[in-house]
Design a protein around this ligand. Structure first.
Ligand code: FAD
Length: 461
């Protein structure tokens, strides 16, 4: 995916802006700046041969979309629409993936219960699903409670579900007391299993707000979450944007071109990449810190941002990708299935693939014990699914280990660091940071949008 790619050597005239990273954030930043400054010279540099980053789109090299990115928010979807319209694709926003996830299920014992995803995001739905799942797997649920309780305040209980006095509901007690209280709360009230399983869902599914959510908070967020799940293959959207004349005029795209280092001399960025050296008046780092710290030296980072990056770690996801062999069998699966006993979620994304995903603490190696354990859980989940629907999936296509997001897990003490990301603007007049990792929200999409806005406001060229 290469537009007017510069292939070699130093450019004599510096670019107005160099964007390092062609994930969602980098692409949208390029589209936004190109629309706002049509006469500018922008360079987007991506190390992979395809754009899309963690969306990992299909291409001749990657014939199928990968990893099971399950859905993006209405707001981020709106940003894509704006980008397409700004570049003349008015009326053609139909290239955007139209599908939305509709159904969610819980696989417990030998039963797969499913319902609409909108119902799931209500206390009532949570209670129904949670109850079904939990009644079969008390020990596992207890374990989830034990972990979830570390960060889950349960003192704002839901009125609708709050049947009678809840003597066990904690007040503003210590974490330990909360943990104990939630365990007790779970044993005492019929609403607890629902909340607990929903919390598991939130963590595993990347909608972590629900971790912090007592059922009352869930009710408040129901409409937000039910609208967020736009999914599909984003390749066509990206290609359409790349091919638009107004985009092509302003933005050069260089893929398969890893940046190796960068320096700032006399107010001009000098960026060395595998295919050439580039100069630019401004730089947007559109990749998470666990990638960007490899090439942007420490002295060039805003110290406070670097401090947060060094004190925190992203959460990893282990993905087992399977090919669907019987469409008939696979069509019996909900869009998302949770297997509480394995802490696994199964995602269908509208293609011929099924993704088994497990969230773990940050790991880099497929050989790490936590990853090996997660792969075993994924395979057990696959077996459970196959016992229920023989022929739904075939042998493993690939196994991947990916950092998902910075702010995702409530099980870490990282929150207090991440909160700092929302407290000040780290961008300078010639350096900005965009992406899901640059913001305090559990919701990566919100961080992408906020960091894009902030970059646009701060960078002047
Ligand atoms: C399995 C999985 C499931 C997910 N599910 C969801 C979901 O359902 N909903 C949701 O909203 N989010 C989900 N996410 C998170 C979502 O993928 C990210 O929030 C989003 O893609 C981040 O986009 P980004 O542009 O900030 O970063 P990235 O997509 O990581 O983009 C950074 C880019 O920089 C490039 N790069 C890195 N180093 C260099 C270098 N040295 N030189 C040049 N380029 C470089 C990378 O190749 C990459 O393309 C999921 C993620 C995973 C892994």
């Amino acid at each position: 995916m290469e537009n007017t790619a510069p292939t070699s050597a130093s450019e004599s005239k510096p670019y107005d802006l160099l964007i390092a990273g062609g994930g969602i954030a980098g692409i949208l930043a390029a589209a936004k700046f190109a629309a706002a400054h049509p006469n500018s010279r922008i360079l987007l540099v991506e190390r992979e041969t395809v754009l899309g980053g963690r969306l990992r789109q299909s291409s001749p090299q990657l014939p199928r979309p990968g990893y099971g990115l399950s859905g993006i928010s209405d707001a981020l979807y709106g940003e894509w629409q704006d980008a397409l319209v700004a570049h003349g694709l008015v009326g053609e926003t139909s290239v955007l993936p139209g599908s939305r996830q509709q159904t969610v299920g819980v696989l417990a014992g030998n039963r797969l219960a499913q319902q609409t995803i909108d119902l799931w995001f209500t206390p009532k739905g949570a209670r129904i699903l949670g109850g079904m799942a939990a009644s079969k797997h008390w020990p596992e649920v207890e374990e989830i409670v034990r972990q979830g309780a570390v960060a889950a305040p349960v003192d704002d209980a839901d009125e609708e579900l709050d049947a009678g006095d809840d003597e066990s509901a904690p007040t503003q007690a210590s974490k330990a007391a909360k943990s104990h209280a939630l365990g007790h709360y779970w044993k005492q009230t019929r609403k607890a299993p629902a909340a607990i399983v929903l919390e598991h869902f939130g963590s595993a599914f990347g909608i972590p707000d629900v971790w912090d959510a007592a059922p009352e908070a869930l009710a408040q967020r129901a409409s937000f979450h039910s609208g967020r799940l736009h999914c599909g293959d984003w390749s066509e959207v990206i290609t359409s944007l790349m091919n638009q004349p107004s985009f092509q005029t302003a933005v050069s795209v260089s893929t398969g071109n890893r940046i190796v280092n960068a320096d700032l001399q006399d107010g001009i960025w000098h960026v060395n990449a595998e295919k050439g050296q580039y100069q630019a008046a401004a730089l947007i780092v559109a990749q998470p810190p666990w990638q960007a710290t490899a090439w942007l030296k420490r002295t060039l980072w805003p110290p406070a941002l670097l401090q947060v990056a060094s004190k925190t770690k992203p959460v990893s996801v282990v993905v087992l990708s399977e090919k669907i062999i019987s469409t008939e069998a696979a069509n019996l699966l909900p869009d998302v299935t949770i297997v509480p006993s394995e802490k696994v979620q199964i995602v269908r994304d509208g293609t011929d693939a099924v993704y088994f995903q497990a969230t773990i603490d940050f790991e880099l190696s497929l050989q790490a014990p936590a990853v090996v354990k997660a792969v075993k859980a994924l395979k057990r989940a696959r077996k459970k699914l196959q016992q229920l629907h023989p022929g739904a999936v075939t042998e493993t296509n690939f196994i991947a280990l990916l950092p998902v997001a910075w702010a995702q897990s409530p099980l870490h003490g990282d929150r207090r660091w991440l909160v700092r990301l929302g407290q000040k603007n780290f961008n300078a007049a010639n350096l900005a940071f965009c992406g899901d990792a640059y913001g305090p929200s559990y919701d990566g999409d919100a961080n992408i949008l906020k960091s894009l806005t902030s970059a646009c406001e701060t960078l002047k060229f």
